[in-house]
Design a protein around this ligand. Structure first.
Ligand code: CP
Length: 337
């Protein structure tokens, strides 16, 4: 895969070697992402950070990643705050914004919208989530996190046992993650969801086609007993016709410390793309897991900065120059990483 000048719209074009290349660059970004060093390699470059749907960590981590490489960030947040609300087309929006930016990160509620935008863009576009379709950078940071977490337990992604739990129909992060896991060997995937919110059939088939074992269930406790990763997801309320419809499914698969202790293996890693729904009717990952050392959700979110720095460095072809523009930082660093 050629990264320089490329769009990142889907995880599908990635091969195993490409993933290794991204992960190697992400490792090299750690001193900068963790504020031990600063670099100005992208000084003068502008990221157009275009989020037409709510986001906390994807939008801010894209912006932080670009800033940490020395670049500037210009943002649009929300459809209503953009000229899309006045009837402007994605084509015109892309033609205009790509004149103001060197690279664009974009989220939009419609499936396929980021790809449509990219066709008209004059600069590389990175998909930050298009409807319930894909979230490729989340899949990369998820796999990076999985690899790191299980490596410390002497395991590899080949042979992984993972449970995906919750809204597997509308959850774009699990769609992209399944596509990525097709590249690895001998994986057991347990898909736990309400029957109405099952993983799309074509994704299940594509996993089976490459020889992975896929188990489909609507029971939590029986199916999280022998997995390395329990990957929980939120009911994607914004994809339902009303909050009341989402209420039918909220709170159906709650993982808390008591269930974890009773049913999970002692080292099972708990992941979630976030946001988790902490309202009392939902709580798919209970707050009482917060002190569990195997709760990886905040390490996972931290890895988003590393991953997005790596992608910017590869797309803008500055990987080998990052250290040349580096300096030590004079400010207090808390040692939080
Ligand atoms: N994981 C994720 O996409 O989070 P945000 O919606 O906050 O960006």
């Amino acid at each position: 895969m050629e990264f320089q000048g490329s769009h990142i719209l889907s995880i599908e074009p990635f091969e195993r070697g490409d993933i290794e290349a991204v992960f190697d660059v992400a490792d090299r970004m750690a001193p900068y992402a963790h504020r031990r060093k600063a670099t100005r390699v992208l000084e003068g470059a502008i990221l157009g950070n275009m989020f037409f749907e709510p986001s906390t960590r994807t939008r801010v981590s894209f912006g932080c990643a670009f800033n940490l490489l020395g670049g500037d960030v210009r943002e649009t947040t929300g459809l209503q705050n953009s000229a899309l609300a006045k009837g402007e087309s994605l084509y015109d929006t892309a033609r205009v914004l790509s004149g103001y930016s060197d690279v664009i990160a974009m989220r939009h509620p419609q499936e396929g919208s980021v790809a449509e935008f990219a066709v008209a863009s004059r600069v590389p576009v990175i998909n930050g989530g298009d409807g319930s379709n894909e979230h490729p950078t989340q899949a990369l940071l998820d796999l990076y996190t999985i690899r790191k977490e299980i490596q410390s337990k002497g395991k590899t992604v080949d042979g992984l046992r993972i449970a995906m739990i919750g809204d597997l129909k509308y959850g774009r992060t699990v769609h992209s993650l399944c596509k990525l896991l097709r590249l690895y060997k001998n994986i057991k995937i347990v898909l736990i969801s309400p029957k109405e919110l099952m993983m799309p059939g074509e994704l299940v088939e594509s996993l089976r086609e490459v020889g992975h074992e896929v188990i489909i269930s609507d029971h939590l406790e029986d199916n999280i007993q022998h997995v390395d990763i329990a990957y929980s997801t939120r009911i994607q309320e914004e994809r339902f016709s009303s909050p009341e419809e989402a209420d039918l499914y909220r709170g159906r698969f709650r993982l808390n410390q008591a269930i974890y202790t009773q049913f999970c293996e002692p080292n099972t890693v708990i992941m979630h793309p976030l946001p988790r729904d902490s309202r009392s009717a939902a709580r798919e990952l209970d707050d009482d897991l917060n002190e569990n050392p195997n709760l990886a959700i905040f390490r996972q979110a931290d890895n988003g900065v590393l991953m997005r720095m790596a992608l910017f460095a590869l797309i803008l072809d500055v990987v080998e120059q990052v250290d040349k523009y580096a300096r030590d930082v004079p400010w207090y660093t808390s040692g939080r990483f």
